[in-house]
Design a protein around this ligand. Structure first.
Ligand code: PGA
Ligand code: MG
Length: 231
């Protein structure tokens, strides 16, 4: 706990907000499988695991837009909303059936969540993944007992990098943002935390579209989740 507390410059650490995809869980195997099945259903070539990995983090719609941009070989801005709607609806059907078949929790996560829970630190999940998928995932991996509060990518009209989902999580946890640290894997998490006025720690193993997460200058960067707990 000392590492995260150190980011608060003497203020008490009362809560931690966690990003989901790329931070707590490696969900790309299931996302890529659902995406490739959906693309095949609409007669497009498959995208594959590694490309999908680089497209996750800005919500499901952005993932679909990036996939269509790739298969159609056009810029993202040239992909029509109708096409995104069509592929997204097929993708939601497939992903909804298999959110946890090949998804795994990253090393060190459960032990650290349990340690913070025992220390009385409150926790919430703030993800850009739609809540209808995120909630069952938290339950499946028994993280919901540590994190009763979830703000999904469709809970509000805006999502990260907007600070509103982080501030809503603080409100629901009953803590002030000045006693909270955000933990994530992408520039969206860094920007949302900064805009919410809270420090941000990042894991280096997650997904960050386009660039290593170090370029977003998080306040703390760790290679393994367990290092967030280390003295
Ligand atoms: O883009 C997503 O669907 C998931 O994003 P997250 O990294 O905010 O959990
Ligand atoms: Mg993420």
């Amino acid at each position: 706990m000392k590492k995260l507390e150190g980011l608060l410059q003497g203020r008490q650490l009362k809560a931690i907000l966690f990003d989901l995809d790329g931070t707590l869980i490696d969900s790309v195997p299931d996302l890529a499988a659902a995406l490739d099945t959906s693309l095949a259903q609409l007669n497009y070539p498959s995208a594959g695991l590694e490309r999908t990995r680089s497209w996750v983090g800005n919500g499901a719609r952005k993932l679909i837009q990036r996939a269509l941009s790739f298969v159609l070989e056009v810029p993202e801005s040239a992909v029509s909303n109708e096409l995104i709607d069509q592929l997204q609806s097929v993708f939601f059907d497939h992903y909804g059936q298999k959110t946890c078949d090949h998804t795994v929790v990253y090393p060190g996560v459960m032990a650290a969540l349990s340690a913070w829970h025992k220390q009385g630190v409150k926790m919430a999940c703030v993800t850009n993944k739609p809540a209808r998928f995120s909630r069952p995932i938290l339950t499946h991996f028994a993280m919901d007992e540590f994190m009763p509060v979830l703000v999904g990518g469709d809970t509000l009209a805006v999502r990260k990098p907007d600070p509103a989902p982080l501030l809503l999580a603080c409100e629901q946890l009953g803590v002030s943002a000045e006693n909270v640290v955000m933990v994530g894997d992408s520039v969206n998490d860094v920007q949302a935390a900064r805009a919410a006025g809270m420090p941000v720690a990042c894991v280096s193993y997650g997904y960050n579209h386009g660039a290593p997460i170090a370029s977003a200058s998080p306040d703390l960067l760790v290679d393994c989740f367990s290092m967030l707990l280390a003295n």
